[in-house]
Design a protein. Structure first.
Length: 195
């Protein structure tokens, strides 16, 4: 939300062709403040989760003001080909993610992608691509690169998930023009069977 490239990302998603983009914004610093308040006051984690989703909705409102070409929706994707912007409401129980800090906007975006039968999900992450951990989702979660629920979600959801650096907006634009998806694919390593 505070990056100089935010407006370029929003514009790229608004005009992305040949595939329609759906933008899901994280809670950013607002969610960090909610986490701090939760730690300080110890209210129910499910409430903190709902407050963090409200932070995502606030950031979506800011994005809508910055890029009016993105069409807002809460649950049902509106018809058309223009880019869309998800403005979540309530606790989003319909996405079936844990109401805890284990599931952040990473898992919410992937769960939404599954619910919308998306072609793919692209997680835009702050670090430069050279600093990305290996594509194994469990290792990425252990490193704090993605949330703790994402590896489990990837075992249930077949939508491909890629991670791309926020600095790679030009790579994203070029890839979308050809129908490809940039960045590193996140995967789940099958559990080793024991006998």
């Amino acid at each position: 939300m505070h990056s100089a490239v935010l407006a370029r990302w929003l514009a790229a998603c608004a005009s992305s062709r040949p595939v329609r983009c759906v933008v899901v914004l994280g809670g950013g610093r607002l969610a960090d403040e909610i986490r701090a308040l939760h730690t300080r006051w110890g209210f129910e984690e499910a409430r903190a989760h709902e407050f963090a989703i409200a932070a995502m909705a606030i950031n979506a409102g800011v994005a809508a003001a910055l890029e009016p070409a993105l069409v807002d929706f809460t649950r049902r994707l509106p018809p058309g080909e223009s880019g869309a912007l998800w403005r979540p409401e309530g606790a989003c129980e319909w996405l079936d993610v844990p109401a805890s800090w284990a599931a952040t906007s990473d898992s919410l975006a992937v769960a939404l992608g599954c619910a919308l039968d998306a072609e793919a999900v692209c997680l835009v992450k702050s670090p430069p691509a050279a600093e990305f951990p290996a594509g194994d989702a469990a290792a990425c979660a252990a490193a704090g690169f993605v949330d703790a629920h994402l590896p489990r979600l990837l075992t249930e959801c077949t939508v491909p998930v890629h991670a791309v650096s926020r600095d790679a907006v030009d790579e994203f634009i070029a890839a979308r023009a050809t129908g490809a998806l940039p960045g590193r694919r996140l995967y789940v390593t099958p559990a080793t069977s024991t006998r």
